[in-house]
Design a protein around this ligand. Sequence first.
Ligand code: UDP
Length: 236
Amino acid sequence: MKNTKYKRIMLKLSGESLAGENGYGIDFNVTKRVAEEIKEIVDMGIEVGAVVGGGNIWRGRQGQDMDRTTADYMGMLATCINAMALQDSLESIGVYTRVQTAIEMKQIAEPFIRRRAMRHLEKGRVVIFGAGTGNPYFSTDTTAALRAAEIEADVILLAKKVDGVYDKDPHKFADAVKFDNLNYMDVLEKGLQVMDSTATSLCMDNEIPILVFGLDAPGNIRKAVLGEKIGTLVSK
Ligand code: UDP
């Protein structure tokens, strides 16, 4: 095994990142590229858990005239569609995977069982966690934090469209400054766009570092696990 900074990681992919340029749905060129990058680190001996969002298909807050819980359950189902797409792309290049869902759908995925997830990881299988936490009013960022704590991941790799955390929106402000390091309190107090506050607090309480980085630049997942300086590291 290579000399990597992390042994077991939790990769969080937003739904938006899977949509590619389309902004909606799944771009299989993206899932294939991400799968290749995941394969690279699996081949290095890294154990990989992954949480996928659902925003490319449905977010609970889109259902303004709907019952909130129904809208959120629709969002959780959207994450399962993405999980299966990522699984397919990984399997097509020979990476062993399991999808585990927080809402039972046993014809298509295993239910989330922590000990089983740990065993899969130890055997080198990528475990993709679908259906969020299984509860409305939560997000897939919180899912990533929760599952990271449960599987004892060394870090959450938070793949984004932007290449780190800035003091203001870099798409709107040319003078936006990128942070190399932050602590959890900075994120919460300054209201920085890293994760929602529930997810950030969970990481803070359990001392799980979060590396925010851009998914668009190829090779970043490998660089992240090797400890190369990319993105923004949020830690104690
Ligand atoms: N969701 C939920 N509980 C969870 C995780 C997700 O209710 O534990 C719902 C929620 O409606 C959310 C949607 O699923 O808007 C999609 O997840 P998210 O918005 O986190 O996806 P992302 O922004 O990462 O694509």
